[in-house]
Design a protein around this ligand. Structure first.
Ligand code: AHG
Ligand code: MN
Ligand code: MN
Length: 345
């Protein structure tokens, strides 16, 4: 056979169609949904890249439902995702970090079978300093009512454990723009080819090593954590002369997307634990559109994700914007941190 002069790259569309043919796990509406989200991320990436030239940096001077100041890009990314997804007929409703209630697909458009949740812009504090940021999304099937009909949609329809996700992914806007996707059959990574405007598969079957010597946590909060969390980090800091008998490295980007992406690439453990300053708050990160999609991806790559007690994907959500403590990444470290918490009751 003659050698090809053009290297063969698989596009996102081709990947999704091949997945459907070989595993039957991507029905047409789900494929459309993933392609539309990917297209929206491409638009967000363009805005991110323009930065000051596009007038997208800085604060919007408004607050979201979580009491956080919104950046212009938080709002822009939210609008892009809604506008791209509302008319295709694949969704019944959407939910976002930046919206208090759910966004039901308007009556003028057909209603689809799926529910989409997203953190439109993750790592907002990094926008203005030109550090990697991202978009995180989670896809659920709208539950059928007892009669099997699918009439109407409510917030309660979204409150499904993460194990029910049909797909999850994130896009990282960094030196390269990448889309990381799982439909429950491993993790595929696509890189945006800006000249072609296409998402091309650059890694299939991403795997997180079970062991690691790298941890990620906001160390400035150490004095506020629970004793098992302090113990774990102190043991890492003690290095080769401490109980772990090896030196650890630390990284903290403050964009969950970028920290998780590093872990997906070379292993590590990411932690955003409970903190005694606000004891009633389980953590900082949100279960439904940050922890669940990331936990799904991490598990699909052979890693683990817990809330320091239970598997994140088993948690039954009680509210759209519920917060959760997050420990995820290399399996053996996640199990160790979780075990320290269990020992402590
Ligand atoms: P968001 O920008 O969507 O509100 O999320 C920010 C999150 C997460 O991306 C990151 O890991 C964490 O907040 C950073 O928190 P610190 O500011 O405490 O480092
Ligand atoms: Mn976020
Ligand atoms: Mn956000």
């Amino acid at each position: 056979m003659t050698q090809r002069l053009t290297p063969k790259r698989i596009s996102l569309t081709q990947y999704l169609i091949e997945q459907q043919r070989s595993h039957g796990n991507i029905p047409a509406q789900l494929r459309l949904l993933i392609e539309v989200v990917a297209r929206a991320c491409k638009r967000i990436s363009i805005s991110v890249n323009k930065g000051a030239l596009g007038g997208v940096l800085g604060s919007a001077e408004t607050e979201n439902v979580q009491g956080e100041m919104q950046k212009k890009l938080d709002i822009i990314a939210n609008e892009v995702l809604i506008e791209a997804n509302e008319w295709g007929g694949h969704l019944a409703a959407m939910a976002s970090e930046e919206m208090e209630g759910i966004y039901v697909v308007p009556n003028r458009f057909p209603q689809g079978e799926y529910l989409l949740l997203f953190d439109p812009l993750d790592g907002s504090s990094n926008i203005d300093v030109n550090v990697s940021i991202g978009t995180i999304f989670s896809v659920l099937k709208k539950p059928e009512n007892s009669a099997g009909a699918t009439v109407g949609v409510s917030e309660a329809d979204f409150l499904q454990p993460g194990s029910q996700q049909a797909a999850a992914g994130y896009c990282v806007y960094g030196p390269q723009t990448m889309l990381v996707l799982t439909v429950g059959d491993g993790v595929a990574i696509f890189t945006l080819d800006r000249e072609e405007g296409a998402w091309l598969l650059t890694q299939d079957g991403a795997k997180i090593p079970e062991d690691t010597k790298e941890f990620a946590i906001n160390m400035s909060n150490l004095r506020h954590w629970a004793p098992p969390m302090q113990r774990y980090v102190e043991e890492c800091l003690a290095g080769s002369t401490g109980p772990r008998g090896k030196d650890f490295n630390m990284r903290w980007i403050a964009s969950m997307v970028a920290d998780v992406h590093r872990i997906l690439t070379r292993g590590g453990v990411f932690m955003y634990p409970w903190d005694r300053r606000e004891p009633k708050k389980a953590g900082k990160l949100r279960l439904m559109y940050e922890a669940n999609p990331m936990a799904f991806i991490v598990e699909q790559a052979g890693g683990a994700a817990t809330n320091a007690g239970q598997r994140i994907l088993d948690l039954q959500p009680t509210a759209l914007h519920e917060r959760v403590s997050v420990i995820l990444g290399s399996k053996n470290e996640v199990e160790r941190v979780t075990a320290y918490h269990r020992e402590n009751g």
